[in-house]
Design a protein around this ligand. Sequence first.
Ligand SMILES: C[S@@+](CC[C@H](N)C(=O)[O-])C[C@H]1O[C@@H](n2cnc3c(N)ncnc32)[C@H](O)[C@@H]1O
Length: 241
Amino acid sequence: MDRIDNKANYRSPSLVTGYDAHRRIGEDDYVNSLEVGYFIAQVRRLAGPSGSIIDMGAGTGKLSLAFARLGYAVTAFDQSDAMLERLEAKARAEGLTIAVRQGDIVADVDDAPSAPSHDVAVSSRVLMHVADPDVMIRHMAKRSRRGIVLDAPRRASPNRLLAGWRSLTGGEVYRCFDDRSLLDSVGRCGLRVIDASPLFTLPIGLHLALHRKAVSTALERALRPARGAASTLFLAAERTG
Ligand SMILES: C[S@@+](CC[C@H](N)C(=O)[O-])C[C@H]1O[C@@H](n2cnc3c(N)ncnc32)[C@H](O)[C@@H]1O
């Protein structure tokens, strides 16, 4: 196992201040809409139009707020007080109720209740940062009655070059995943993959820089034949037993 574990980066108040604007969270933006749309569609498939969701590595609430707006009962789980405080402030401003749990997805796996506490566990842009992705997937599986939905940067994509570039220049280095190994890790947790979609043929950073939803939509449509090299794998898996 390599030594990637980026959790400390997300405790910095200065990172939290610019986090939403930098990633266009909550905006009618191509990246935000595609990501959130995927999670909503798969959660509806697993749990139907209502139920309870635990958002693991919830951050400032990209997914938590979207599900709370739709009427799901949401628990936001994260190790960063600063991220969770931002999430709570946003929920309060919209009059939404979201339960908040501070904890470590990897270190606290054995603290998960013996019976699953939620219908679905979701997680976006977290698996790439944790010390042990297999343990994180096991933790998500332990907490969910119906299944899990998550995303991960793909090794067979430009993401790997970006992560490599960052390791040379001192940026945040994240983990990239081989599709097959990731699907096997999910299978070992008693889950059956019901969807695995490579999305974002162009790097996410390029779409954010473009900041033109219509242009991004047209470009990704035109590049659909090259989806095999897309940057991120989004997947949903249901409990088998
Ligand atoms: C890139 S942010 C993603 C936040 C949010 N899911 C989103 O899509 O905007 C990664 C989040 O994972 C959290 N995180 C990273 N490692 C963690 C760990 N071991 N346990 C709990 N949370 C962790 C960080 O605190 C941070 O909020």
